[in-house]
Design a protein around this ligand. Structure first.
Ligand code: DAH
Length: 351
């Protein structure tokens, strides 16, 4: 090979490099022409020392020039290929589908909200309209109108959070949703069927089944010839729809000033399967009672009916009220009520 041959070699290499379709082809050409061990130009340059002394400078210069031209051509083509790949990726339809997608986080309702919605849905199926009422309430609706006058011992069980006002009436954060029984009856004539979910407040120490801020649901039905049998039927149907057929429920006589007769309803404890004990001993969820009290209920007291102008001889009704968190605990297997409101996403997200 002579200097002319080297130039021709460089010409050919340049043409092939300019036509290289992709980076792999370009790399193969680099190895073929300027590869360190046996690239064509590399080998040609290695021959320099074997030439006659006079021929070496021209040959060596031509060899170096050929190598530089090829290397420059390789750089140029590499840059071209990079920018055309980028252009293709940025063109509509040229997206890189091998890129992992960004994780989509789908939000959902808080378990308490889900429970409220489910309870409302079930009662809606039995004709109960969901309504809401004020969280800050007058003494009259929270107590007086429910047959709990100021000196009544039943007030003790509603460890109350009072609001300071300069009004004649005392104001409080409602300790139950029952005040809405009166508010609804004042506004409507029978038949009445309402379901009232809502936030309630009590000045109480918290434990596995109590919180000072919690939710209740209240039901009220007023019509002609309603009896305790209707109340039991509605609550049985509710429990079965919410928990399925195998949850046991228990009715026991109880006392509430605004219902007569009154009863307490309980579901068998899901954590110990109604036995009161678990492997670690006494069941922590029901405190060993085997039952979880879920609601108070009864026939609306005639005095409450009269107070809102209903005639107890013509209209009767039943009412019930219970804790939403208790239901949510049963539904989600949550052993401690506080887990709902601590808002630890690790727990809530696992439900
Ligand atoms: N309001 C009562 C409570 O918080 C529960 C209750 C009992 C509601 C009897 C009722 C009822 O509607 O009829 O303890």
């Amino acid at each position: 090979m002579d200097a002319t041959g080297l130039r021709k070699l460089a010409d050919r290499a340049e043409a092939e490099i300019a036509a290289a379709p992709d980076e792999a082809a370009l790399e193969a050409l680099r190895v073929r022409y300027v590869g360190r061990r046996d690239g064509e130009i590399t080998l040609a340059l290695k021959l320099t020392p074997t030439l006659a002394t006079g021929d070496r400078p021209a040959y060596g210069a031509a060899g170096n020039a050929a190598r530089e031209r090829v290397e420059a051509a390789l750089d140029r083509r590499a840059a071209e290929l990079r920018s055309s790949t980028l252009e293709r990726d940025l063109r509509p339809g040229g997206e890189d589908l091998s890129l992992p997608p960004r994780r989509v986080r789908v939000g959902r309702y808080h378990p308490i909200t889900q429970t409220i919605r489910e309870v409302s849905r079930i009662f809606a199926g039995m004709g109960f309209e969901t309504v809401e009422g004020p969280e800050v309430e007058w003494d009259y609706y929270a107590f007086e109108a429910l047959n709990i006058p100021a000196d009544h011992p039943a007030r003790d069980k509603f460890s109350t959070l009072w609001v300071s006002t300069d009004t004649a009436q005392r104001m409080l954060l409602r300790p139950h949703t029952s005040p809405m029984q009166i508010r609804v009856m004042e506004k409507r004539r029978p038949p009445v069927r309402v379901l009232v979910p809502g936030r309630c407040f009590r000045y109480e120490a918290t434990d596995a089944t109590h919180e000072s801020v919690f939710f209740q649901y209240e039901g009220l039905a007023i019509d002609e010839q309603l009896s305790m049998a209707d109340l039991k039927g509605v609550l049985y149907s509710f429990a079965r729809q919410l928990f399925g057929g195998d949850r046991k429920i228990r009715f026991r006589p109880d006392y509430f000033p605004f219902t007569e007769p009154s009863a307490e309803i309980a579901f068998d404890c899901f954590a110990c399967d109604g036995t009161g004990v678990t492997n670690d001993g006494k069941c922590r969820t029901c405190g060993g009672a085997a039952w979880i009290e879920a609601a108070g209920c009864g026939m609306v007291h005639p005095a409450a009916l009269q107070r809102v102008g209903y005639d107890p001889a013509q209209h009767q009704g039943f009412a019930f009220g219970g804790g939403i968190e208790r239901l949510a605990m049963l539904l989600t297997g949550t052993p401690d009520i506080r887990l709902f409101h601590q808002n630890d996403m690790r727990y809530l997200g696992s439900l």
